[in-house]
Design a protein around this ligand. Structure first.
Ligand code: ZN
Length: 183
């Protein structure tokens, strides 16, 4: 069933996989497979990709460059190194990151759990800040009327329950944002 507003794929986006190489646990770039499928079937003329994983979506950029794609708006926060000092300014910037994709037919949102401050490969955002991150993405996309399809990504804390708690929070804030009547 589709509602034209939001969807979730409980898998990774595999953003390190490039056009002709695998990398960082990623074989195929799921974000780009989805974008290309939507575009080739004319379901989306423009696609936004918001990648809030801890790490740079280098494979995504590699494929965009290799195929000379000009219909994808890609934002990978992991392109720059961030510290806890950047957290509050990042949260404030999220509205404008999403608003830059107003002309997209759909936004693919990669809600990585590895920016968490306790993550061994992270991290700079607290649990509350990750919740706020997701809330701002969903609320802004809904306000703009741009459908959003989100997925999970990296998270390396142990026990795994800590990672799952972050993913659960993304689902909670998604539900809170979309399972209420529009204002
Ligand atoms: Zn990562």
């Amino acid at each position: 069933m589709t509602n034209g507003l939001v969807a979730v794929a409980p898998c990774s986006g595999f953003h390190h996989a490039g056009y002709a190489q695998v990398a960082g646990f990623c074989t195929f770039n799921g974000l780009m497979v989805a974008a290309l499928a939507l575009h080739s079937s004319n379901e989306a003329k423009r696609v936004g990709i918001i990648d809030f994983d801890e790490h740079y979506g280098n494979g995504t950029d590699n494929i965009i460059e290799r195929l000379k794609i000009d219909w994808i708006c890609h934002h990978s926060e992991g392109k720059e190194h961030r510290s806890p000092n950047d957290a509050e300014s990042f949260l404030v910037r999220i509205d404008s990151i999403v608003e830059a994709m107003t002309d997209c037919d759909v936004i693919l949102y990669q809600a990585g759990a590895d920016p968490h401050i306790d993550d061994p490969l992270g991290g700079w955002l607290t649990t509350d800040q990750l919740f706020e991150r997701d809330k701002r993405v969903f609320e802004t996309a809904r306000r703009l009327g741009v459908p959003i399809a989100w997925n999970l990504a990296g998270g390396y804390q142990t026990p795994l329950r800590k990672v799952l708690d972050i993913h659960d929070n993304t689902m909670r804030t998604c539900a809170a944002s979309y399972m209420r009547p529009p204002r």
